[in-house]
Design a protein around this ligand. Structure first.
Ligand code: G3D
Ligand code: MG
Length: 184
């Protein structure tokens, strides 16, 4: 392999990012990924293991892992932490009963050593639901302002309609790129 080929391969590797999409079950993780990928979002079944999707966006190759969120599966999340550039935490903004649990699970993740370098994007999903809490209320309930260990941002969105998905993902990519990709 010539030097130029090696350099090109290194460059490609730099533009390959690993995103981990987590959240409680029913938060809308799989729907969000499908919508982002332009797939039909009706009739999404609960994820019993994990989905891996490779997406292209803004010249980045995104390896996205969508791991099932049922309580029985949460202990397996740790198997997916290695080399994660960005953590996307998806919240069902209509699920007031489980907001406490949602915050607790998120704080547990942020203490994980192998996620220490990751940027955090919180999607306050299902904003299209009439009873949905706004992103500001989710931010408070999850105590996001107390996070000092990670770069973070919260974005209200609807995976169902696709509203505000792109601004969230773009912020995430910009933040990661400023850390891991040298400017062209
Ligand atoms: P998960 O992968 O996080 O477990 P899913 O969640 O993507 O399977 O979605 C769980 C349910 O929430 C699905 O409904 C899905 O249609 C719905 N949902 C996901 N995102 C949104 C959203 O932005 N708005 C609304 N209104 N619903 C959403 P069903 O009825 O199929 O269980
Ligand atoms: Mg799912």
């Amino acid at each position: 392999m010539g030097l130029l080929t090696i350099l090109k391969k290194m460059r490609e590797k730099e533009r390959e990012l690993r995103l981990l999409v987590l959240g409680l079950d029913n938060a809308g993780k799989t729907t969000l990924l499908k919508r982002f990928n332009g797939e039909d979002v009706t009739g999404t079944a609960p994820t019993l293991g994990f989905n891996i999707k490779t997406l292209e966006h803004r010249g980045f190759k995104l390896n996205v892992w969508d791991v099932g969120g049922q309580s029985s599966l949460r202990s397996y999340w740790r198997n997916y932490f290695e080399s994660t550039d960005g953590l996307v935490w998806v919240v069902d903004s209509g699920d007031r009963e489980r907001l406490q649990l949602c915050g607790k699970e998120l704080r547990g993740l942020l203490r994980e050593e192998r996620l220490a370098g990751a940027t955090l994007l919180v999607f306050a999903n299902k904003q299209d639901l009439p009873g949905a809490l706004p992103a500001s209320a989710i931010r408070e309930a999850l105590e996001l302002d107390s996070i000092r260990s990670h770069h973070w941002c919260i974005q209200g969105c609807s995976a169902f309609t696709g509203h505000n998905l792109l601004p969230g993902i773009d912020w995430l990519l910009d933040d990661i790129a400023s850390r891991v990709c040298p400017p062209d």
